[in-house]
Design a protein around this ligand. Structure first.
Ligand SMILES: NC(=O)c1ccc[n+]([C@@H]2O[C@H](COP(=O)([O-])OP(=O)(O)OC[C@H]3O[C@@H](n4cnc5c(N)ncnc54)[C@H](OP(=O)(O)O)[C@@H]3O)[C@@H](O)[C@H]2O)c1
Length: 271
């Protein structure tokens, strides 16, 4: 993006982050920022629909509530739009013309770069899709390759996002599907964890022990795949000895349509 006037310089270690909307996703990101040590709670600001409810949430996390978007804009160096998609125009209306060169990062589904260009042309914005594991700095943050941030703003924003997990740039045409796979899958994986734990309980494992056992197995398997880069099919084969027990479970899962169930879940979202 071309810059015509002196750009505001903000250092990552002093950047103040302001959330417009402080629900599930904003709270998860704020938690991740604080936990990583990248952004202290005292440098995180938020405004929301219901101020009283926001104050309670903000007090619990040590962040700073603001009554409206205008006072949030005055407090923060980077604005993160974290309202429901249909609320974006209404939430940004009071500050749209006052943004100047302040970077805006949007997490709203269905709000790619082109849509922001229609809504607030000439502003500096980036559309991303984070997922809830950002709260423990293990998230995936999908970033749209097209954006209007300056080089300096992009560096600042990227450095903030990298504290939340793995940042992955994708082409605008893949933004929706990439965001769906990473943003919705925590729900699907949670269902897998719950289902496997139910099976464990059915066979006598106490429920309190079942969740950590299964969750660690999921986390460990994912880590193994990420670190070794092994094809998942090869990882599955490595556990299935001929005539053994695991292959019987694999056959039962295939009969129940596991693979097709996950593909259908994504189809149901993406159409
Ligand atoms: N949840 C996820 O896993 C996930 C993943 C990726 C992306 N996202 C995106 O994140 C966005 C937020 O989702 P969410 O799950 O966090 O929703 P949420 O929990 O319902 O939070 C929405 C927040 O927006 C606030 N709000 C409503 N109207 C407002 C207004 N006019 N001005 C300022 N704030 C307003 C709400 O405040 P009150 O509650 O006080 O009304 C609430 O704090 C969505 O666009 C979604 O696409 C979510």
């Amino acid at each position: 993006m071309a810059i015509t006037k002196a750009e505001t310089v903000v250092r990552t270690d002093s950047a103040r982050v302001g959330f417009i909307g402080f629900g599930n996703m904003a709270s998860a990101m704020a938690e991740g920022f604080i936990r990583s040590g990248k952004v202290a709670a005292s440098r995180i600001y938020a405004c929301a629909g219901n101020y009283q409810r926001l104050v309670k949430r903000a007090e619990a996390m040590g962040i700073r509530p603001r009554k409206d978007a205008e006072s949030l804009l005055a407090s923060a160096d980077v604005i993160i739009v974290a309202v429901k998609p249909h609320v974006v125009p209404e939430a940004l209306a009071p500050i749209m013309k006052k943004l100047g060169d302040k970077p805006v990062v949007s997490v709203a589904a269905g709000w790619p770069c082109a849509r922001y260009e229609d809504l607030m042309p000439g502003t500096c914005h980036l559309s991303i899709m984070p997922n809830t594991p950002v709260a423990v700095n293990e998230g995936v943050i999908i970033c749209e390759a097209s954006h209007t941030l300056t080089e300096r703003q992009e560096k600042l924003v990227r450095s903030l996002l990298e504290s939340l997990g793995t940042v992955q740039d994708v082409d605008s045409s893949l933004m929706s599907i990439a965001g769906t796979v990473t943003g919705c899958s925590p729900a699907f994986i949670a269902m897998v964890i719950e289902s496997l734990a139910d099976a464990a309980v059915k066979h006598g494992i106490p429920r309190a022990a079942a969740y950590p056992l299964v969750s660690q197995t999921v986390a460990g398997t994912a880590k193994l795949q990420l670190e070794q880069g092994t094809h998942p099919g090869v990882m599955k084969d490595a556990v299935c000895s001929p005539g053994g027990t695991t292959i019987r479970g694999v056959a039962a899962l295939e009969e129940a349509g596991l693979r097709s169930a996950f593909i259908k879940a994504i189809d149901a979202i993406e159409g």
